[in-house]
Every structure is written in structure tokens, then in C-alpha cells.
Write a protein that binds this ligand. Structure first.
Ligand code: TRP
Length: 434
């Protein structure tokens, strides 16, 4: 049976909250128990350095996140659970990937572009306050993923572009140096709820509206008491639609329990009583884990040992793989036979290809990528996958489709129209020949 390898990283900058639990920890722990699945979960502490310059906070967050995942039932015997910075092969691979990644591709990364747009709007230098770390973020993430030949990468919608980039890096590298990397795919769980925070907006550290996963029961009670509600009095019917309290309850309760609370809303339950119901339900889930968490957090040596054991397992794969990759690019002993020259490598003609994907904005996109991984065409967003598919069909037929579709294409820096025409022609020729 072939196993599917899942891999995901958690940036170590904060304290896990209920939103992290519902959106990431709980589904990941459940997925790690699925037969036929191999899971790699790691603490992305190199990524954390990009966002956080407080050493104590990085260390504390690493401890809290590790303790949270373990308390939530992650079994480090079953899952490869490690800390990114314990794997020196990752920064090494980052460099190999840096050398096959177009700078223009990184210019288009959402997080970097958002900083540039903000600076531009404020009439500052485009790169004001932007570190090279932020710019390189997608390459480090590509190394995380490609190092362990992950097939699926469970992430939030905001990370889809990064997975696409990792895929393109893998394709470029494979094209240049032979088939070494697995092309990864984002795994987006449509059923996982995004939890609202205290103020009704998405629960997020950046909105300062979170409920920590492992606060004491008293603290939990206090925070739940602060969830924003409307001014309807006891006895007045209440809306579940848009009620943060209801949505949080739903994420912790069974369907039958949720239906019961829905009825209580209609019957005019007092907000204070609804908050009590929520507290009891959340605490019922959290309390057993809380005891575990407390024990772990006061025993950092045990967590440290667990992470080091995970790193050892991860490096059993990473060390030979980086040796293979170094050799592939020519970083190898002078007495080693240098057979795999580029020309001798493969007679197979590789073609440009269209790729369809969905972005965080929910729209459907396509792009045309040259055989060497260079981006040639980039569409704007389509509302339906079918429309994107039809546009690709038109382009594949050739003729003046390129001109006709111009309004649906976004400019790509540094690409000559002749390159695009030649690529489309190569595809049309190949189709005619087959
Ligand atoms: N960028 C991810 C986030 O902010 C964290 C991360 C780092 C990651 N490396 C990864 C996720 C590799 C998946 C795979 O959520």
C-alpha cells in the first residue's frame, strides 16, 4: 500500500488559542491517526525569526505549542514531530532552492507584496522595513516541504500560494537535475471552521481577540463572559446567525447539542445562561487536556527529549537526501564519477504546462509554466473552474486566443510575448503529434 505523506509547520510566535485548536491542532491530530497516512509536524522556529525578534518569546512559544500538540493527543511515536532548527539540512536545501527560484516569483508572494503595497501607499521606499527573511519566506517553506517529499500539505487558504511556489521550485529543480522531489499539493479542509474571536472577527492574535487554549477554568469563564453579544433581553428570541458565541459552541458540541442550543436561542435564552452553556461545553473538551498540558509545560526536559528524538528520525531521511541533492547539483567529491551532465541526463522533451488552482480569494486561476519552471502567463481570477478551463482550451487551440484573452491575463515581468507564443506552439505541436 502506498502511503500519503502529510506535512505541516506551525510558526512559533504565539500561544495556541481555541481557533488554532479547532482549525489546526484537532484536525491534524485526527488525521495523524488515519491508516495509510504518514505525518510530519514541525515547529517552524526559523520562520518565527522573520516575525519575532524576542528570543524569550520564541523559546516560550516553542514550548507552549509543543506541549499543546502533545496534550491534544499527538503521538510522537506515530508522527514525526520535530523542531525545524534541529534539522540543519533545511537551511542547506533552502540555498539549493534559492538558486532555482526566480526573484520575480518571490516579488509576487502575497506577504511580501502586501508590505510593498503598504509602503507604496504611504509614499515610502517600496522595501522599507522589509527584511530579506520576509522575502525568502516561501523558499524556506519550500525546503520544509520538499525535504520530506510531502504529498499533501494541510494549510489555511492564505498559504496556498506558498505551496504552489514549492511545487514550482520542485519542478524547476527536477527539470534541471533529474527527478528528486515530489510535487506537493495543498490540502484545504473545507469542513474545518474558522472560529470567531471575542469581538466576532476571526479569532487571531493580530486582532487581540483570542481565548487561549489552556487558560484556567476561571480565566476561560472570564473570557467567555466577554464575548460580544447584542442587547436582546432574556426572553427575547436571539439570532444564531452571526453569533460568535453560537459558532464557538458549534465547534465543540455534537450536532444534537448544537440543535438544542439553536432552539434555546429561539426560545430566548439569556446571554448569561448561553455563556454558561458554552463554558461548560468547552471546558468539558479542554479539562482533560489541560491536566496533561500543565504536566508537560512544567517538564520542558521531557518535551526537549521528545523533539530531539523526532529530529533524529527526521534527519535519518534528511541527511542522505541532502547528500543526494548536493551530488545532483555538482557539490560532490572530485573523485566521484561525474556522469549526470545536463546534456546526457534525459532525452525526454519536457513541455510547458498549464496549471489550474484556487487562491485564498476563492477564485480560480491558471498559469502557463515553461518546462524549466519559469512563469509565462498568469490569469486573473475566474469565478468558476470551468471558465478557467475554457480559457485554457482556447489558448491551446492557438490562433488569436492570446489577444482575445488579454483582459483575463495579468502581466508577468520579463516575459517576451514571443516566448509565450512559442510555448503555446510547442503544446499545439505536441498535441498534433500524439
Ligand atoms: N507558513 C506557515 C504558516 O504561517 C507555517 C509553515 C512553515 C508551514 N513551513 C511550513 C506550513 C511548511 C506548512 C508546510 O502557517
Amino acid at each position: 500500500m502506498s502511503t500519503t505523506r502529510f506535512l505541516t509547520g506551525i510558526t512559533t510566535t504565539g500561544t495556541p488559542h481555541l481557533g488554532n485548536f479547532v482549525g489546526s491542532i484537532r484536525p491534524s491530530v485526527a488525521a495523524s491517526l488515519t491508516p495509510g497516512v504518514q505525518s510530519f509536524y514541525f515547529l517552524a522556529d526559523y520562520h518565527a525569526l522573520i516575525k519575532c525578534e524576542d528570543p524569550a518569546r520564541i523559546q516560550r512559544s516553542t514550548l507552549e505549542i509543543a506541549a499543546s500538540w502533545l496534550a491534544a493527543g499527538l503521538n510522537p511515536e506515530q508522527v514525526t514531530f520535530y523542531r525545524q532548527s534541529d534539522i540543519p539540512e533545511i537551511p542547506e536545501l533552502t540555498w539549493l532552492l534559492t538558486c532555482v527560484t526566480g526573484k520575480g516569483v518571490l516579488n509576487r508572494a502575497h506577504a511580501y507584496k502586501a508590505s510593498v503595497d503598504k509602503n507604496t501607499a504611504a509614499e515610502r521606499d517600496a522595501d522599507d522595513g522589509v527584511t530579506a527573511g520576509l522575502f525568502m519566506y516561501p523558499v524556506l517553506m519550500g525546503a520544509d516541504i520538499l525535504m520530506f517529499k510531502a504529498h499533501k500539505v494541510p494549510v489555511g487558504r492564505d498559504q496556498i500560494q506558498h505551496i504552489e511556489m514549492a511545487r514550482d521550485m520542485a519542478a524547476s529543480f527536477n527539470h534541471l537535475y533529474g527527478e528528486h522531489f515530489v510535487l506537493p499539493e495543498a490540502a484545504i479542509d473545507e469542513h474545518v471552521a474558522t472560529l470567531p474571536g471575542l469581538d466576532g472577527r476571526k479569532m487571531s492574535k493580530s486582532y487581540d481577540n483570542t481565548i487561549p487554549l489552556f487558560s484556567s477554568r476561571e480565566q476561560l469563564k472570564k473570557l467567555i463572559g466577554g464575548i460580544l453579544t447584542d442587547s436582546r433581553a432574556p426572553g427575547e428570541a436571539k439570532e444564531v446567525e452571526g453569533s460568535a458565541l453560537f459558532q464557538i459552541y458549534q465547534a465543540f458540541a455534537t450536532e444534537a447539542e448544537t440543535a438544542a442550543l439553536r432552539q434555546q436561542y429561539a426560545d430566548g435564552i439569556a446571554w448569561g445562561d448561553a455563556k454558561q452553556v458554552l463554558l461548560e461545553r468547552v471546558d468539558q473538551v479542554i479539562a482533560p487536556m489541560r491536566a496533561q498540558y500543565e504536566e508537560l509545560i512544567h517538564n520542558p526536559a521531557r518535551i526537549e527529549a521528545t523533539l530531539l528524538a523526532g529530529a533524529e528520525r527526521a534527519r535519518a531521511l534528511a541527511t542522505p537526501f541532502i547528500r543526494e541533492l548536493r551530488s545532483a547539483v555538482g557539490l560532490r567529491s572530485l573523485v566521484q564519477a561525474g556522469t549526470a551532465t545536463k546534456a546526457a541526463k534525459t532525452a525526454k522533451v519536457t513541455l510547458p504546462s498549464f496549471k489550474q488552482y484556487r487562491e485564498a480569494d476563492g477564485k480560480f486561476y491558471f498559469k502557463l509554466v515553461a518546462a524549466d519552471g519559469r512563469l509565462l502567463l498568469q490569469s486573473t481570477g475566474f469565478d468558476a473552474p470551468k471558465e478557467a478551463g475554457q480559457a485554457i482550451g482556447q489558448l491551446q487551440k492557438g490562433g488569436d486566443a492570446l489577444q482575445a484573452l488579454a483582459p483575463r491575463l495579468a502581466p508577468v515581468d520579463g516575459v517576451e510575448p514571443a516566448d509565450v507564443t512559442a510555448a503555446l506552439q510547442a503544446l499545439a505541436d505536441a498535441a498534433a503529434a500524439s
